[in-house]
Design a protein around this ligand. Structure first.
Ligand code: FES
Ligand code: FES
Length: 157
């Protein structure tokens, strides 16, 4: 079945089983590899992307759900190649990644979280960012989300 949606500002047209997880369409049909497979069961968050401005775990969302909608992956998070999103800037400044595998999902979850909670406490972050990192980078992730909140306020001030 042909399904159309927008991905990172471009039109995507795919001919796949409508029940196919969006994650596999993004990675294998559209060749956007930032979004990762971890658990395949909506538990770890490695596959997090945005659909119409909301964070979703794409391993557990059928591609049919994205039809006619706007999908954003880490590749499309920043406005342009020369302008990093505050989350990307903060991730670099805090040297967050270790192996890096889980990080795209964390960054997409964090970007969406910050849009709704521009000035979060550590408790807010712990309660809302439920992705899993096997390398134990969570303390740096918390610092980076706080830094990104400050950067966003500087940008919008
Ligand atoms: S791979 Fe989707 S939540 Fe783990
Ligand atoms: S940085 Fe290795 S799993 Fe998170």
């Amino acid at each position: 079945m042909e399904i159309n949606f927008n991905i990172n500002g471009k039109t995507a047209k795919v001919d796949v089983d409508p029940a196919m997880p969006l994650l596999w369409v993004v990675r294998d049909e559209l060749n956007l590899k930032a979004t990762k497979f971890g658990c395949g069961a909506a538990l770890c968050g490695a596959c997090t992307l945005h659909i119409d401005g909301e964070a979703y775990r794409s391993c557990s969302i059928p591609v049919s759900f994205a039809a006619g909608k706007k999908v954003t992956t880490l590749e499309g998070l920043s406005e342009s190649e020369d302008k990093l999103h505050p989350i990307q800037q903060a991730w670099m400044e805090e040297n967050v990644p270790q192996c890096g595998y889980c990080q795209p999902g964390f960054m997409m979850a964090a970007a969406n979280f910050l849009e709704k909670n521009p000035n979060p406490t550590e408790e807010d972050i712990k309660n809302n960012i439920t992705n899993i990192c096997r390398c134990g980078t969570q303390p740096r992730i918390i610092k980076a989300i706080k830094r990104a909140a400050q950067l966003s306020q500087t940008v919008t001030a």
